[in-house]
Write a protein that binds this ligand. Structure first.
Ligand SMILES: Nc1ncnc2c1ncn2[C@@H]1O[C@H](COP(=O)(O)OP(=O)(O)OP(=O)(O)O)[C@@H](O)[C@H]1O
Ligand SMILES: [Mg+2]
Length: 304
């Protein structure tokens, strides 16, 4: 497939755009982008989705975020159809997704939303019901699903992402190990726990790294800058000082939940500081600094 200059440039620079948003996962991003480039250039297997990925690794390290970002970048906003496998366990819920049991091999009309192109995201794949896995297999194999009303849906223009926390307990016990050791062991766990025919059809399985302190700092810094910019739009001029990030990490980074709670923590810390400043007669402008107790932030002069 021949690309225009714009498209070529966008595909070439995709890694740097993704790395600017998703921190500490450069290795994963490089591998994923290779497959995305193949997908966009039409270099994928014919009659299959453009690429299919298995994203493994701990909670809150960017698996869903990367899916949202690459889809928004390559295809457009709101083109991720997200199916949380833990929500499709009962016959009633399965019926909504897959149609009724007397129509084997046919999915419900819910998939009709999947016209055009986008990414189908199957979250927590290790919890998927066997009937969902049958449909997934069909999807990975032939990029086609038939609905109860006999409509054939074509997914050959779609990406498929499966995410899983398989190996989570192992990652927790391997805190000090090298990334390569963790990667090898988690991939082994996944191969053992997932159906081999699914594993065999995935284009790429990757293990996201735990976020080290540098990555946490970069994320905290970005969240603080974003919140300050949002408050700037409302007329408050807040200038964050460097140590603010460490308070956000201390309050928002969680060994088990990763960076997931950091956004809320940054927002709450900054708004609390601003509210205190306003309630004490300030105008909401000033430097954002850690409070001497190290647990909250202040707006105003530096505490010496
Ligand atoms: N590597 C990262 N770089 C920047 N922000 C991140 C990163 N990882 C997580 N975050 C922040 O944490 C939030 C949650 O991350 P995300 O949803 O990608 O987690 P996940 O890896 O999919 O976890 P889970 O396995 O629980 O689904 C993101 O919306 C983002 O704000
Ligand atoms: Mg996720």
């Amino acid at each position: 497939m021949k690309l225009g200059n714009d498209q070529r440039e966008r595909l070439q620079t995709l890694p740097s755009r993704l790395k600017a948003i998703i921190t500490g996962q450069d290795r994963v991003i490089d591998q994923v982008v290779e497959r995305l480039q193949h997908g966009e250039l039409g270099l994928c297997a014919p009659g299959r989705p453009k690429a299919s990925f298995l994203f493994l690794g701990p909670t809150g390290v960017g698996k869903t975020e990367l899916t949202l970002q690459f889809t928004a970048d390559l295809i457009g906003p709101n083109r991720v159809v997200r199916l949380d496998m833990s929500e499709y366990q009962t016959a009633e819920r399965l019926g909504l997704l897959l149609g009724t049991a007397d129509e084997p091999g046919r999915v419900a009309e819910g998939f009709d939303a999947c016209a055009g192109s986008g990414t189908l995201l199957f979250d927590e794949i290790e919890k998927a019901h066997p009937r969902v896995l049958d449909v997934l297999l069909q999807l990975l194999d032939a990029a086609r699903l038939t609905t109860g009303r006999n409509r054939v849906l074509d997914f050959s223009n779609w990406y498929v992402v499966l995410t899983s926390n398989i190996g989570g307990p192992r990652i927790m016990t391997l805190r000090k190990s090298k990334y390569e050791t963790m990667e090898r062991l988690v991939l082994q766990d996944a191969q053992r726990e997932l159906r081999p025919e699914i594993f065999a059809r995935i284009t790429l399985a990757v293990v996201f790294a735990k976020l080290d302190y540098d990555a946490q700092c970069t994320i905290a810094h970005g969240l603080v800058a974003r919140e300050c910019a949002a408050l700037g739009d409302r007329g408050f001029a807040l200038a964050p000082s460097e140590p603010v990030s460490s308070v956000v990490i201390q309050r928002g980074y969680h060994e088990r939940l990763g960076a997931r709670p950091m956004r809320d923590a940054a927002e709450l810390l900054i708004r609390n500081a601003l509210a205190r400043n306003l309630l004490c007669g300030g105008n909401g402008d000033g430097q954002l600094r850690p409070h001497p107790d190290g647990n909250r932030l202040d707006v105003g002069q530096a505490h010496l």
